[in-house]
Design a protein around this ligand. Structure first.
Ligand code: NAP
Length: 214
């Protein structure tokens, strides 16, 4: 694109694996006025238990498969390729330096309002982007407004709300269903379902704690 300012949504995530909730969130963000969404699988995270997280290359491949048929979605490997721990502030500064004419919106759930001040460099994050918080209907509006004002005062944050659905799909649910031999069809795109099956991901042999069937 030449000289035209784009509003780019950044959806960072462990994506272990990517699921329909992530894709719907991205689609709702487009509908709210963003031009495109860039999915960025995390590299090494200092906040995650690495034992349960697949290698970056595998999570990246699943995101690539999931977004391939949407021309306004893309997948970036810059965190996967980075040595050491993954920090959102570094990613956003890198993107801002590469695309200074564009506006960035970091997509997140409401929990982020309570945790982002503990992430590395919150003021650096907010210098690069607007935080676009998905409202899933479970959090009191008053609490969110208080958190928003506190982040604005402390870090010069720009925060906007994105009305969304109350969807309890999670990567944990997908992994547990695979491990129990249950279907994950429709929880994630078919191509991702086949890839997980083909590679045998999330099958912890001899460690199946499956409840009784409904
Ligand atoms: P994740 O579990 O893979 O999820 C990715 C995003 O999708 C999250 O914002 C998550 O919000 C949202 N999501 C998941 N399921 C959803 C559903 N059913 N409906 C709507 N939204 C849904 O990602 P993550 O491991 O939490 O990481 C998120 C991002 O935060 C990453 O870019 C990571 O690098 C960043 N982060 C950075 C730091 C740091 O720089 N110090 C620290 C922590 C995280 P919810 O989390 O609300 O479900």
């Amino acid at each position: 694109m030449s000289g035209e300012m784009r509003k780019i949504g950044i959806l960072g995530g462990t994506f272990n694996p990517i699921h329909t909730g992530h894709l719907l969130l991205a689609e709702y963000a487009l509908d709210a006025g963003l031009s495109e969404i860039w999915f960025i699988p995390t590299g090494q995270s200092y906040m995650k238990d690495e034992k349960t997280v697949l290698p970056g290359e595998d999570r990246l491949k699943m995101v690539e498969l999931a977004v391939a048929d949407n021309p306004r979605f893309s997948c970036l490997d810059l965190e996967i390729r980075r040595e050491g721990d993954t920090y959102t502030c570094e990613t956003l500064e890198q993107l801002k330096a590469m695309y200074p004419e564009d506006e960035f919106y970091f997509l997140a759930g409401t929990d982020c309002l309570d945790t982002i001040h503990t992430w590395k460099g919150p003021e650096r994050i907010f210098a690069c982007c607007t935080l676009l918080v998905a409202l899933r209907g479970e959090t009191p509006k008053e609490w969110m407004e208080q958190k928003k004002q506190a982040l604005e005062a402390a870090f010069g944050a720009r925060i906007q709300w994105l009305p969304f659905l109350r969807l309890s799909i999670s990567s944990t649910e997908v992994r547990e269903r695979v491990n129990c031999g249950k279907s994950i069809r429709y929880l994630t795109p078919d191509k991702v379902v086949y890839y997980i099956e083909e590679k045998g991901f999330y099958r912890e042999k001899g460690n199946r704690r499956c409840g009784t069937d409904a």
